[in-house]
Design a protein around this ligand. Structure first.
Ligand code: MN9
Length: 292
């Protein structure tokens, strides 16, 4: 089995001028992130604009990553409000040699906890890959406490949580109760906090272009150098502050474009960054990230 700890890039999706997936640029990014120390990839998540992609496009990005980095640990986000689509994607992930599947909780309709649990277990039982619960209450609107989460983690079908919340008490409770399960920190700007409460690694969008900083934070933390780790977290957070003001994914694509990639812009209804925002990125971010 491949290693599940460490830094996992939540990959962005590059679009060409015709709004089609740019496979060659995705390949280039995957290689770049591995060279920066990423352990693996979270493919087809929020950062990939999953809910703005067709089923075929979601399979296509899974294929590109599997073909480019068979040695990396690969987690496929297969979540969809359309459970039949989620099952199709889960089967595809298994066929393409992925190491795990993951899903955000079914959102929008305010499903009951029983309905949410039914969704996860049906998906997890439809394939032999382990399931990583994508806990992102701020966007999904589905909040779960430790008791609810335990119902998943007690099962062998569930490998852990992608934990995108700033309730670090709950993170600690989940990890302490289930030390054998993997917990990934989801908000990159709080990575060191997550590590200190028990996270095994992180899955993040900013790792697309600065995975190296987070590899370093983790190494310093593990060596007991908290001051050193905080310094790099602060450096990353100066950059993340700018991303959040512009719009995280729109800004991240522009960062990659300025670094020599051709990632295009996010799909509508997302807006393209303005000239002023591009200049801001050039001034406040580019000098502080490693050149490609
Ligand atoms: O996967 C990402 N979440 C989203 C985690 O994109 C919604 C994070 O990496 C954030 O983008 C990042 C900035 O808030 O921490």
């Amino acid at each position: 089995m491949k290693a599940f700890d460490g830094i996992f890039t939540a990959l962005l999706t590059p679009f060409d001028k015709n709004n089609k997936i740019n496979e060659q640029q995705l390949e280039k990014l995957v290689k770049h992130d591995l060279a920066m120390g990423a352990r693996g990839f979270y493919v087809g998540g929020s950062t990939a604009e999953a809910f703005l992609l067709s089923t075929d496009e979601r399979k296509q990005i899974m294929d590109v990553v599997a073909d480019t980095a068979p040695e990396a640990t690969l987690i496929a986000h297969i979540g969809s409000l359309n459970e039949a689509e989620a099952m199709t994607l889960a089967a595809h992930a298994e066929a393409r040699g992925y190491d795990a599947i993951s899903s955000v909780a079914p959102f929008y309709y305010k499903f009951t906890p029983d309905e949410v649990r039914g969704y996860y277990f049906r998906l997890a039982e439809s394939v032999s890959l382990p399931m990583l619960v994508y806990h992102f209450p701020a966007f999904s609107g589905v909040s779960m406490g430790v008791e609810e989460m335990s119902k998943f983690l007690e099962s062998d079908r569930f490998m852990g949580i992608k934990y995108t919340s700033n309730d670090f008490f709950m993170l600690e409770q989940c990890k302490t109760r289930f030390p054998g399960k993997i917990v990934y920190n989801g908000y990159d700007e709080m990575f060191l906090a997550g590590l200190s409460m028990g996270a095994d690694g992180g899955i993040g969008s900013t790792y697309n272009f600065m995975a190296d900083k987070f590899v370093k934070i983790r190494a310093l933390y593990e060596a007991g150098d908290m001051a050193g780790a905080r310094e790099i977290q602060q450096e990353a957070n100066r950059i993340i502050t700018v991303l959040c003001k512009i719009g995280v994914m729109q800004a991240e694509k522009e960062v990659l474009n300025q670094l020599g990639f051709d990632f295009g812009i996010c799909r509508r209804p997302f807006a393209a960054p303005t000239e002023e925002q591009k200049a801001w990125i050039a001034r406040e971010i580019i000098p502080f990230v490693r050149e490609v």
